[in-house]
Design a protein around this ligand. Structure first.
Ligand code: AHM
Ligand code: MG
Length: 335
């Protein structure tokens, strides 16, 4: 019988990839894994308990906040606070983020975590997959000094780790520390994430395109032309492609990562900067996609090289199989 490798075992083994690592990043990843299990438990019973529905308040962008968003936000922040390795949490659900350095245990913490605690939460009430997305940076300023804007607004290339949790038909945690991508499936019978998808690679070319076509009329001309290209028949290039769009970024990305495909959330006339957030959604997913051999761009620049201006910044996103992303870029260039 093949033995299972748990997330905890894997993280400890991989610590030797970083010769000077003292285990802090490993502990931070472990803390995120623990919070993920707690959030998973609540997401799974969302249909049963009276946790659905809006809290009544709206988040900083005027969007309705679901109870599980709040719950997930609290759980991840609490786990990071208790773990003592994180000095600042920037959360999609919080305007300012939460500094943890005054909590005794985190006084000397070196890491900053950006997190979207429950992405795609509008899907919960219809029992469709949702996810958590996280990104980890090392602080630039010295421990003991005040945190600076430079610490909080780092470019995506400076991420030391990033990952997502998909609360799907099974729950998975997928992460990278810049040395490939590995996926772990939660075995509910033992309560452990177990290595199920080692060294994940996205196919260079796929046949799935994922975009909210309801916004078609408002898309840039190049994106419209690319969508038409996907729909045309051409046996040589295996077209028409398949259109798949869940509306839950983690689920759309996870499927395309496994099968090959391109995910597009462009700017539109109504949302000139796109919808998705650079720090909480695009940077971590771009890191994973690139580490899996794919490509991630706004259409004009590599996502991981964008100099962030603010924590809640939005950017257009084209992510996925390298050949497909390049094709989108070709259409954008031509138009
Ligand atoms: P959220 O952070 O408010 O949940 O929004 C992000 C979600 C992504 O998961 C998904 O890709 C996108 O919004 C879908 O947006 P749309 O419904 O406009 O297609
Ligand atoms: Mg989100």
């Amino acid at each position: 019988m093949k033995s299972l490798k748990t997330l905890g075992q894997f993280i400890i083994e991989k610590q030797t990839d970083f010769p000077y690592a003292k285990g802090e990043l490993s502990r931070l990843l472990r803390d995120i894994g623990i919070a993920a299990k707690i959030v998973n438990r609540e997401v799974n019973k969302a249909g049963l308990v009276d946790i659905l529905g809006t809290v009544g308040d709206t988040n900083v962008f005027g969007e309705n906040q679901k109870k599980l968003d709040v719950y997930a936000d609290e759980q991840f922040i609490a786990a990071l606070k208790d773990g003592g390795e994180c000095c600042f949490v920037a959360s999609e659900e919080q305007e300012e983020g939460v500094e943890l350095t005054d909590a005794g245990i985190s006084k000397n913490a070196k890491y900053i975590v950006c997190i979207d605690p429950l992405d795609g939460s509008s899907n919960i009430e219809v029992n469709v997959s949702v996810g958590t997305i996280f990104s980890i940076y090392r602080r630039i300023s010295q421990v003991g000094e005040a945190l600076t804007q430079e610490d909080l607004l780092q470019t995506g290339v400076r991420q030391v780790a990033a990952g997502y949790i998909i609360y799907g038909s099974s729950t998975m945690l997928v992460y990278t520390t810049g040395k490939g991508v590995n996926g772990f499936t939660l075995d509910p019978s033992i309560g452990e994430f177990c290595l199920s998808h080692p060294n994940m690679k996205i196919p260079q070319q796929g046949h799935i395109y994922s975009v909210n076509e309801g916004n078609y009329l408002k898309f840039p001309q190049g994106v419209k032309n690319y969508i038409k290209y996907c729909q045309e028949e051409d046996a040589a290039t295996n077209r028409p492609y398949t259109s798949r769009y869940i509306g839950s970024m983690v689920a759309d990305i996870h499927r395309n990562l496994l099968l090959g495909g391109v995910f597009i959330y462009p700017q539109t006339a109504l949302q000139p900067k796109g919808k998705l957030r650079l720090m909480y959604e695009c940077n971590p997913i771009a890191f994973i996609i690139e580490q899996a051999g794919g490509k991630a761009t706004t259409g004009t620049e590599r996502i991981l090289e964008i100099e962030p201006e603010e924590l809640h910044q939005r950017v257009p996103a084209i992510l996925g199989s390298t050949d497909m992303v390049n094709k989108v870029l070709e259409f954008l260039d031509k138009s």
